[in-house]
Each structure stands twice: as C-alpha cells, then as structure tokens.
Design a protein around this ligand. Structure first.
Ligand SMILES: C[S@@+](CC[C@H](N)C(=O)[O-])C[C@H]1O[C@@H](n2cnc3c(N)ncnc32)[C@H](O)[C@@H]1O
Length: 258
C-alpha cells in the first residue's frame, strides 16, 4: 500500500516535471515565434519608414544627407525627361516659359538656351528651399541678367499675373500635389489662351515607386491628373508614348482653353 502510494507519488512527480518541461518548451516556442515575427514586423516597419522618408525627399528635397542623395538621383536619372519636356513644348525664341518643380535645374538650362529673342523669358517655381538655392546658383548669370526668374513658392500660389505664360513644362512633379485640381487651375490661370503645357513621366518607374509606398496616395496616376486638367479648362488633353534612349517615357499634353 505504502510502496504503491510511493510509486504513484513518483509518477505524479514525473508527470508534473514532464508537463513543466512541456510548458517551458511551449513558452520557448512562443518566445521564438514572437521574436521572429517581431523581427519581421520591425523589418517591414523600417522598410515602410524608409519608403516614406525617400518619398518625402523626392516631393520636397531638404538640405540634408537624404536630400543630397535624392538630388544626385534626380541629376543622374532625369535629364532625358527634362530635356524631352523642353523639346516637346515647342518653345519659340520670344516665349514666356514656366517650369514647375524644376528641382536641381536640368530643364531650366535647356529651356533658357532656346529663349534667344528679346522678349524670351524663363520662370521656374519650386517650393523646396534647397532646390530653389541649387537652381539659383546654377542659373546665377541668367538670373542676374533678368532672362530667368526663379520663385520659391508652391505651384498653387504662383506670384504671376493672369494669362502671361506661353508654355509650361514639368517632370515628376504633379504626383506630390495634394490637390491636383488646385494645381491645374493655377497653371490654367497663368497661361495665355492656346498655350501648351507638357509634362513628362516614366510611368513604369513611377508605378514601381507607388507600389513600394514611396509615392504618396494615388495622384501619380496620369488619369487623375488628366481629369483635373480637363475639369479646370484645358482641352486636347492626351498622353503619348515617346521612344528615347536610354529609356522610353510618356508625355501628357494639354492646351489652355480660355
Ligand atoms: C521628384 S522632384 C523632380 C525634380 C525635377 N523636375 C526632375 O524631374 O528631376 C519634384 C520637385 O517638385 C517640387 N514640388 C513638388 N510639389 C511642389 C509644389 N506643390 N509646388 C512647388 N514645387 C513642388 C519639389 O520640391 C521637387 O523639387
């Protein structure tokens, strides 16, 4: 009786020890799972944080390490788009031409070279202080001579008179405007009747950026911008594919109807 009692006591002890081991193993597995999952989550969070940081810098570069890197990226990749937009908007020597969101100023230089007439004038706007300063430095002689005027301002509030601009061009800019109709309405206000606006974009690259959440929201979609242009008084709004080297791109055209 006694030994049976002792035996069942030992069994009970073993059982308790085993179940404790089992519980601690389950705890370990749980901890491991939580650790791995949290590592994955924190990796995902830091990816999202990086994407947002790059997106913010592309939308408004600041004088910082990230802003410097983004500027290098713009200079290395966007010459084709900038010079393509300048060429497609058909600048005449005496035109008043406006570039929106000029960034480091690749297109400004190309447009200024075509404005050889005495009335030819180039205006650039960018709301990034860093980009405004970089472009002002790059264009300092033409700014000093009065051929070029650069404004540090938002596209939606440009210090320009109504119906004074013949041609407008921009590259990689509208994606960042929180209100596309407001931007389009302001462009329409400053343009002369019949004036042409051209924007160039490399849609496959922009769509990749949007999928990685680098581009904010859905305003990068050309349909959204083209609808805003039609709603605010532009006509003959269309998009064309352009063959070019080292990459092909798209151009959106719109004519100011007044
Ligand atoms: C991605 S960068 C493109 C720069 C240049 N056009 C290029 O393609 O290399 C976008 C530029 O547009 C400017 N930008 C964006 N939204 C703007 C706004 N609402 N008003 C003025 N500038 C704006 C930014 O500051 C930035 O310089």
């Amino acid at each position: 009786m006694n030994s049976a009692y002792e035996c069942s006591d030992v069994d009970h002890l073993l059982l308790r020890t085993r179940s404790q081991e089992c519980a601690s193993r389950v705890c370990l597995w749980c901890l491991e799972y939580v650790f791995v999952a949290s590592k994955r989550i924190s990796c995902r969070i830091s990816q999202v944080m990086w994407a947002e940081k790059i997106g913010k810098q592309l939308g408004k570069p600041t004088r910082s390490a990230a802003g410097w890197l983004v500027t290098r990226f713009l200079v290395a990749h966007n010459r084709v788009l900038e010079e393509g937009a300048v060429q497609l908007c058909g600048i005449q020597p005496g035109d008043v031409v406006l570039e929106l969101g000029h960034g480091p100023g690749l297109g400004l230089q190309a447009a200024a070279n075509l404005l050889t007439g005495p009335t030819g004038h180039l205006i650039g706007v960018d709301y990034s202080e860093y980009m405004h300063q970089l472009a002002s430095k790059k264009m300092k002689e033409l700014v000093a001579s009065g051929k070029v005027t650069l404004h540090h301002c938002d596209v939606t509030t440009m210090p320009l008179s109504d119906s004074t601009v013949d041609r407008v061009f921009h590259c990689n800019c509208y994606y960042f405007w929180p209100d596309l109709r407001k931007g389009a309405a302001e462009i329409h206000r400053v343009m002369k009747p019949g004036g042409l606006m051209v924007t160039t974009t490399r849609l496959c690259a922009v769509a990749t950026f949007a999928a990685k959440k680098i581009m904010p929201g859905e305003n990068w979609r050309p349909e959204a911008y083209m609808a805003a242009l039609r709603d605010t008084g532009f006509t003959d709004v269309r998009m064309e594919d352009k063959q070019s080297r080292p990459f092909n791109y798209q151009a959106i055209y719109a004519t100011a109807l007044k």
